[in-house]
Design a protein around this ligand. Sequence first.
Ligand code: FAD
Ligand code: NAD
Length: 489
Amino acid sequence: MESQAEAPDQQSSAGQVYDLIVIGGGAVGENAADRAVQGGLSVVIVEAELVGGECSYWACMPSKALLRSAQALRAAHGVSGAAQAVTGELDVDAVLSRRDSFTSGWKDEGQVSWLEGAGIELLRGHARITGPRQVSVTSADGGVQTLTARHAVAIASGSAAAIPPVTGLHESHPWTSREATSAQQVPGRLAIIGGGVVAVEMATAYASLGSEVTLLARSGLLGGMEPFAGELVGESLQAQGVSLRLNTSPVSVARTREGVRLETSAGDALHVDEALAATGRTPRTGDLGLESIGLESGSWIPTDDTMRVPGFDWLYALGDVTHRALLTHQGKYQARAAGDVIVARARGAQIDDAPWGAHVATADHAAVPQVTFTDPEVATVGLTAAEAREAGYEIRVVDRELGDVAGAALYADGYSGRARMIVDEQRRVILGMTFLGPDVAELLHAATIAVSAEVPLDRLWHAVPAYPTISEVWLRLLEAYGRPARTGT
Ligand SMILES: Cc1cc2nc3c(=O)[nH]c(=O)nc-3n(C[C@H](O)[C@H](O)[C@H](O)COP(=O)(O)OP(=O)(O)OC[C@H]3O[C@@H](n4cnc5c(N)ncnc54)[C@H](O)[C@@H]3O)c2cc1C
Ligand SMILES: NC(=O)c1ccc[n+]([C@@H]2O[C@H](COP(=O)([O-])OP(=O)(O)OC[C@H]3O[C@@H](n4cnc5c(N)ncnc54)[C@H](O)[C@@H]3O)[C@@H](O)[C@H]2O)c1
């Protein structure tokens, strides 16, 4: 393919013209732009805040930085010999300052120079769609610029924290994930509302940083995962000093001179210094001009698997804003497919949109990996047992204790954890896998490969885990399942 971009050109009525306009310069928008530029298109990213988006400054990176130091300390305490050598406490100021280094002090020069190097133009301002292929951009000084897309507009505007309609909660200016990940002081008492990933990760982080944490979850923890995940993470949070209030919600919240007061559905009141609403996400589509093209403002944007919005030949949506899988790596995967298909369509090249083809994000439906960085970690991919049954699969569930594996026993004294494999009995392939235990994150990619490639179990017997690693749990799972006979032999 020729890789010469048509240069952006100035047209009086259309404003600046680009092959592709990307709205939102988070990780997802950046990746889509990069693929399109590599394919020879001219691309502009419009970004209203910081290039790099939520993940870089208020989500993945700072949250994992807040968690990592205490995890390393616990790991050392878990191995006799090392434990005796580590006698000090976590240095909270050093943790916060290490976290600051990962956000570059909430400055985006590094990401902007990456865009420049990649040949992607950046326009700072708030983008709104004004009609087919038309985008207007309002800059901080109020100036408005008009852009026209020759081929496509890709919306990668992400999501923001959702604040539930609890009496007084909004008015009490609760912390959201943004404040929790960027705080310069650790609150003495922190209430966390929610039982999802943000809630359990931030409970783990702030408990380790010295806060007295109370977690209010309206049901259990980590709904949507295998039930043992929420149960075991809950037990561990309690062991870390978190006060866990399951099946409890705030019914009213007020900011007082002393801090925040939450009345709960259990009939009591909590007095804390800060309350964190970790109650899911809302799409950033409220002020995007969607109504100008017949779409609903404030809604998630549905797409086909090439990430194109149904009913349009020029409009794409990627990342959180689609609600397909609210994870950076999955959004970037969608962006690679979309960037490439936008190039292919612009050039009239053949489109490979069959399931698992080059231009589709099929894995969003079958093989989404996620690590919850609690202690123990939870690493999941594919379907849970409940989801597989719901989808009509005939399944077998295989569970093994991780602590029985030699590599795990060596890794930490008294290592405890669990693995669950969900097998499609018809095809004898793995539909889903969950690992729970200290440092299981790095076990996950092997499972993601097995699930996405639908590796038959009889072939997996030939994938020999090195001894003595925690990965030997794979062998234990296969042995527990029993060696299937190869089809046709
Ligand atoms: C606390 C927390 C921790 C997380 N940890 C992880 C993790 O460990 N791993 C993981 O995979 N995922 C994690 N996630 C999820 C991850 O942050 C998101 O999936 C990811 O940031 C989505 O990327 P995005 O590019 O779609 O959106 P965003 O990162 O939100 O980027 C969208 C960008 O668009 C810009 N924008 C929006 N509207 C406009 C407009 N009209 N004009 C111009 N610009 C606009 C925004 O300013 C923003 O920069 C976490 C989320 C949270 C809240
Ligand atoms: N390590 C990671 O991969 C990671 C870490 C953090 C966040 N994320 C992503 O960010 C997204 C957002 O995380 P999250 O934890 O905010 O959302 P979530 O959807 O995981 O959990 C939301 C929680 O809030 C509760 N909730 C919702 N409305 C409520 C209400 N009105 N009252 C009381 N409780 C209510 C839900 O029951 C649930 O427990 C997730 O979808 C996840 O994909 C990923």
